[in-house]
Ligand binder design. Structure first.
Ligand code: ASP
Length: 587
């Protein structure tokens, strides 16, 4: 094999006259009046190679055999392209190589899809042939960007005195909200390891050990039901710090995001990020991960509607619920059909329906105007800052969260449809003070809103017994353009308090000992106050790469149903393997 002297992205006008050898893949071939043009591709770029019959007749004749994705080594002289035939879209577009000779290093079957950025093959096919899909420049660029992100992370945390420590992949099953992936033990029949949903307990134990600032870019595993754009294994930037308040954690994370945006996109962000209380986020955006790249905020109209003759609203208020509304600027032109569609959508989101109000020059028009008093309607319009041409959407429910989240979802959908989102903007904020627990109707008990190690406001400790739902967690989510990018908290470091929280979560003393005894025990030996966060690396890279799907920034992703289409995992195993693991497959 003649080894390359240059890559396919390297040659420029100043190389004119040099003899170069390139190694790469045939990206495309064009035959033009006896001449053959080859685009040769590697991960650095594409270079045009010309075979001319009068220059190298043998090579030219042999080049007819070249097909897309053949691997070749080509040697020739670099020359300027004839005036007018330069390709400004290629970094090598000013030059071409006049081939003297070439070798075929390997042949390729006809690939199942063309290796082009704008490929039109379905994703399943591309996942099956992921190694070919990864040849596409877009995906290659994404992985190179991901590599750059790793470098920024390692440098940044090293600079701040963080220690990178690996934690086990085979660990004790300690549920953290999702289902564990289990690994059977061969040498301990009937026992299982779990793959980490996160290294949460380990990083806390590292704080007990005294490491004080820990970081790890780490794979985590969660066996969740199908949800769009989730992966059963994903990567977190996991960190933990001792002797800190949440402001210290914020400062570290904000500095990292600032570096990533500056270093990778050349974008600057304003620090510190906005902090928003969970309640305010829910009330103003109908979600705990508000996309603040556009307005159209929700406004609570409960007080205005208290006692109205419009019974749906009155009943919601009476029942301790909420009336909320938002202003779709310039939406008064929506047709009856479009309004009906919005109403159907609201119903699908769990609301009884939507009340719409068109703001027109002559006044307010709404099908609810028969019942809804003019004074209240006007007050609502004022609260929503209505102007002629606007459309107001009002919703009510005895369940506050239901009304807010439904309208919040509509806000996002309308924001997208109406092109209100500035997709070049980067808006980051912290959502803080979530409730510590959420009541789970199905199981009839309290569950942790984040995870059971989350600390709480010291002043709320007495409420653990009386009113768990009112206890505020000392926790925070990082939200980036409406995506929850990270979640963390100041932790419990007191053995008794941790035990108490487990009890509120319905764990018996025996379960506490069995599942978390090691952690509680560690807390008895001088656990420092500590806190941390885990950031979703895949999502961060996806945002930086400007792609909506994390599959586009993971080398070998699984489908939404956790399948690896390329190698067929998960797959059956032999009876012998199962026997060794003491496992019998049920009917
Ligand atoms: N371990 C948590 C998670 O993965 C994050 C944290 O609290 O640090 O969501």
């Amino acid at each position: 094999m003649t080894k390359r002297t240059h890559t396919c992205g390297e040659l420029r006008r100043e190389h004119t006259g040099t003899t170069a050898t390139l190694n790469g893949w045939v990206h495309g071939r064009r035959d033009l009046g006896g001449m053959i043009f080859i685009d040769l591709r590697d991960r650095y770029g594409v270079t045009q190679v010309v075979f001319e019959p009068h220059h190298a007749p043998e090579a030219c004749a042999a080049a007819k055999e070249l097909r897309p994705e053949f691997v070749v080594s080509v040697t020739g002289v670099v020359r300027k392209r004839p005036a007018g035939s330069e390709n400004p879209r290629l970094s090598t577009g000013d030059i071409e190589i006049l081939a003297d000779r070439f070798e075929i290093l390997n042949r390729s079957e006809v690939p199942p899809f063309e290796i082009r950025d704008d490929v039109d093959a379905n994703e399943d096919l591309r996942l099956k042939y992921r190694y070919l899909d990864l040849r596409r420049p877009v995906l290659m660029r994404n992985l190179l960007l991901r590599h750059k992100v790793y470098q920024v992370i390692h440098r940044y945390f090293d600079g701040l005195g963080f220690v990178e420590i690996e934690t086990p992949v085979l660990m004790k099953s300690t549920p953290e909200g999702a289902r564990d992936y289990l690994v059977p033990s061969r040498v301990h029949p009937g026992k299982f390891y779990a793959l980490p949903q996160s290294p949460q307990t380990y990083k806390q134990l590292l704080m007990v050990a005294g490491f004080d600032r820990y970081v790890q870019v780490v794979k985590c595993f969660r066996d969740e039901d199908l949800r769009a754009d989730r992966q059963p294994e994903f990567t977190q930037i996991d960190l933990e710090m001792a002797f800190v308040t949440r402001e210290d954690v914020f400062a570290v994370v904000e500095g990292l995001v600032e570096r990533l945006l500056a270093g990778i996109l050349g974008v600057s962000v304003t620090l510190p990020f906005e902090r928003m209380h969970y309640d305010a986020a829910l009330e103003r955006y109908g979600t705990d991960k508000p996309d603040t790249r556009f307005g159209m905020e929700l406004h609570t109209l409960t007080d205005i509607m208290r006692g109205t003759a419009f019974t749906i609203f009155a009943a919601a208020v009476e029942a301790g619920g909420i009336v909320t509304g938002m202003n779709v600027r310039g939406g008064a032109g929506l047709s009856r059909k479009q309004l009906d569609a919005l109403n159907d959508r609201a119903k699908a989101l769990g609301l009884g329906g939507l009340v719409w109000v068109k703001v027109e020059d002559g006044g307010l028009h709404s099908p609810a105007a028969k019942f809804l008093e003019e004074g209240r309607l006007n007050a609502a319009a004022r609260e929503l800052d209505a102007a002629a041409g606007d459309l107001l959407l009002l919703a009510a429910s005895p369940e506050r969260r239901k009304a807010l989240t439904a309208l919040g979802t509509l806000r996002l959908e309308l924001g997208r449809e109406r092109g209100l989102i500035d997709t070049s903007a980067h808006r980051l904020l912290w959502v803080v003070d979530f409730p510590l627990f959420q009541y789970d109707e199905e199981s009839g008990r309290w569950v942790a809103e984040h995870h059971p190690f989350t600390g709480l406001y010291p002043s709320d400790v007495p409420m653990l017994d009386k009113d768990p739902g009112a206890v505020r967690a000392d926790c925070y989510d990082l939200v980036w353009n409406g995506n929850e990018i990270g979640s963390g908290s100041i932790r419990i470091h007191d053995a008794e308090l941790q035990r108490k929280v487990f009890r509120v979560l319905g764990l018996s003393e025996e379960e506490i000992r069995g599942k978390f005894g090691f952690l509680i025990e560690a807390f008895r030996y001088g656990a420092p106050p500590h806190g941390g966060i885990a950031l979703g690396l895949d999502r961060i890279v996806a945002i930086l790469a400007g792609t909506p799907s994390i599959r586009d920034v993971i080398a070998f992703p699984k489908t939404n149903s956790a399948l690896s289409l390329m190698d067929g995992a998960p797959s059956e195993v032999s009876a012998e393997q199962l026997r060794e693991l003491h496992i019998a497959i049920g009917p």
